[in-house]
Every structure is written in structure tokens, then in C-alpha cells.
Design a protein around this ligand. Sequence first.
Ligand code: ATP
Ligand code: MG
Length: 451
Amino acid sequence: MRLSRYFLPVLKETPAEAQIASHRLMLRAGMIKQAGAGIYSWLPLGFKVLRKLENIVHEEQMRVGHIPMLMPTLQPADLWRESGRYDDYGEEMLRIKDRQGRDLLYGPTNEEMITDIFRAHVGSYKDLPLTLYHIQWKFRDEMRPRFGVMRGREFYMKDGYNFDLTQEDALHSYNRHLVSYLRTYERMGLQAIPMRADSGPIGGDDTHEFLVLAETGESEVFYDSQITDLKFGDREVNYDSHEACRAVLEEFTSRYARTDETHDEALFNEIPEERRRTARGIEVGQIFYFGTKYSEAMGATVQGPDGKSVPVHMGSHGIGVSRLVGAIIEASHDDKGIIWPEGVTPFHAGIVNLKQGDAEADAACEALYAGITALGLDPLYDDRDERAGGKFATMDLIGLPWRITVGPRGLKNGVVELTSRRTGESEEMAPEDAIRRLAEIYAPHRGAPVF
Ligand code: ATP
Ligand code: MG
């Protein structure tokens, strides 16, 4: 993309309404524009990051055998009357009437709708296990929408639902989700710690939330510092193996890590004092096992091997895709702007032409642009006729992890400059070497085409 032809409405001033870094930076970098309280348009740069996260979520879901689909945002109230949640959900649910006077709602989650789909089409244990998911906009009429996309009213969420014959199988599905989430967040450049949680309106006995540590997080968290040393890395896990998934779950949940809702002071004090940590965290996902709560209420049964009809065991699992854009920025920025992890960056590298209009500099930039594009990577070329300082400030603000600076002086010696946004370190090299370096840097971050 050439910046002169892109739509990147960066703001010079810091917007007064934004209280935290991610909200400020998303507005300043031209990623979002508020449409109403807790409702945002995703401008091109923000949209690109949202799509990157969505792709990672799809890839990791499909890797473990979950099946993508899409359910509507509007749902008939009658489905929710069956589960009893139409009245229970309270003020957070946006209720709508259509012209026929029928009650609808803008879905805050999809347990009822997926259970309805399941009961219409699945009747035998032979069709299990089954996990269906979608990534769709949700609406919750939050009392205090704030912090930009972190606590929106309309937000983008992956929600998945597992259907299993037995409790044991459903707990395996739960464990598999936990393992797959660990890998998902790490690919986004985040450490998200699974913490024992309270179940809230979804209900159920087993639930973990995934929290990213950040000063601006809304949850207070308590944990054993050893947990931050754990890395999922690129290990191969057999996701069909109950033992393999349970082993990973145990590795990542055996140390103390809880939010204020489930915090147990006595247990916490059993950790050696030097390892006790109190901090704040952003909830970026949650998984639940809730057994037969919905299947019993809504008649989602299958015929078991013995011919008897039994309600299926279920769980639901959510990832806050739009909140993650803010959470990543909270975890990765400095006073100049955003610092995108390679796995989610909207463009892979910026090209800054220090002397637009200089035949040699223009030609070198074009060659870099073509070379990077030929690798299947996506460069952003600042080809505007602007001062170098302004170009650098824009690149720093929008946070591309790598920048190539091209100027007549370097070109005389056959070099351009490759700069890391994270460390600020620059290295001079031939343009072909800069391209080669980008190929190496991004090799581990290439996803498969999703569909
Ligand atoms: P919270 O406690 O933050 O209100 P929740 O526990 O009600 O969230 P879940 O039902 O667990 O939310 O939804 C799954 C994920 O969706 C959450 O982990 C979070 O990342 C995201 N999410 C929930 N509410 C919002 C919101 N208002 N804005 C943006 N993302 C949200
Ligand atoms: Mg939650």
C-alpha cells in the first residue's frame, strides 16, 4: 500500500475523552472512530488488525477440529424464553421489536441459538463429539462502556460450543479449548494467563478466564510469579488425546492464579512470599463447562449407544477479538505509539523515502516495495512529499515493527537502513539484504489461508 493512496486519518492532538493508552493510540493512529457510546467504526488500519486476529483465531480453532459457521446478530426472544435467560439477562440485553410486534434481541452470546441448531439436526451419539463456533458481533448494553474497544457495547467475539455424550468427553473439550487458547494468544504476541473464575450468567462449574497483565486492566489478579515463565511455544499436541490435553492444562493451571472474584487469601499465602504477585489484568477470553444446563432446558438430546435418549453435555468458549486489539496495544506500546507484534501487525514493514522525487531514492523504494510484495508480505510505503520527521512520527505512531529508511546519502554507499520499532536499533544493509531479513523475520508468522 502506498500511503498517498491510503486512508489513514491520524490525529495530531491527543483526544481528551480517551483515558488509557490503547484508546488514545487507536484514535490517534486512525484505527477507529466512535459512532456512539461503545460503538465504533473500524477504519482501514484498525480493520486490518481485527482481520489478522480473526484469522489467527480461525486457524487455531480449525487446527483442533472445531468447525466454523455463522449465526445472525438478531435472535428471536422465544429461544431465550426456553432457557429462562430472556428475563434473567437483565438490562445488558438489547431488546428489539420488529414491525409485526415480535420480540427480538441483539445477541449477547449464542448458547440458545446453537442448542436450537443442534437439536434440529443431531440425534445420535455417533455424530459426537462436535464443536461449532463463529466469530460475530455481539451487543451488550454495558452500564459503563469505556476504554474504547476494550469495553464496547457492540464488540466482536469468537464463541464456540461443544457437544459431547459424556461429562468426561465434555471435560476433554474444555481442556482442548484451554490448550488451543494458549497457542492462540501466544501467536498474537501475548501472554494470557488462565485463571480460575466465577461463572456469571452463563452458569456452570468449571470455568477459566484468560488474563493479559496490564496496569489498566479492569480485574485485580493474584498469582504465583512462576506462572509467567510458562511458554506454550511451538509444541505439537495431540488434541484428540485426553491425557495430552490434560497434561498441558495441569502445567498451566497448577500454580495459583485467580481474579478477585475467586481469590483465596489463605491459599495465596501458601506461595513463598517472593513469588506472590498482585496486579491488574484484561480478560481476553473465557471457557466454560456447564453440563446439561441448556440441553435439558431446550431438549437437546441424543440417542446413546444403549438406545436411551440423553441430554448432551455442553460448554461454551469465548475470545474477545475486538477487545484484543486494545489489549495488545496496552501490552505493547511506548510514548511514541503502538508497537505491533509481528504476528498481528497491519503492515509488515514501512518504507520511508527521505527524498521523495529524487530519481534514485524513488527507484530504490519502488524496488523494495516490489521485492517485499513478491514475498507475499504487505509493505506500507510512505511516498508522501513530507518532512522525514513527520514520516518517522507517523510510522512510530502506527507501530509497524520494521521500517526501511531510504535516502540519497545511504544509496551512494548502496545501503538502506532497517530499524526495529521495538528496540529502536538500526542497521545499514543492501536493499536485497533488507528484503531477505524480512523474509526470515516473518517466516514463523505466516498463517495458512483460512478458507
Ligand atoms: P467482562 O467480565 O469483561 O464484562 P464477560 O465475562 O462478561 O466480560 P464473556 O461472556 O466471558 O464476557 O465473553 C467472552 C469475551 O468477550 C470476554 O473474555 C471479553 O474478552 C470479551 N468481551 C466481553 N464483554 C465485552 C465488551 N463489552 N467489550 C469488548 N469485549 C468484551
Ligand atoms: Mg468472561
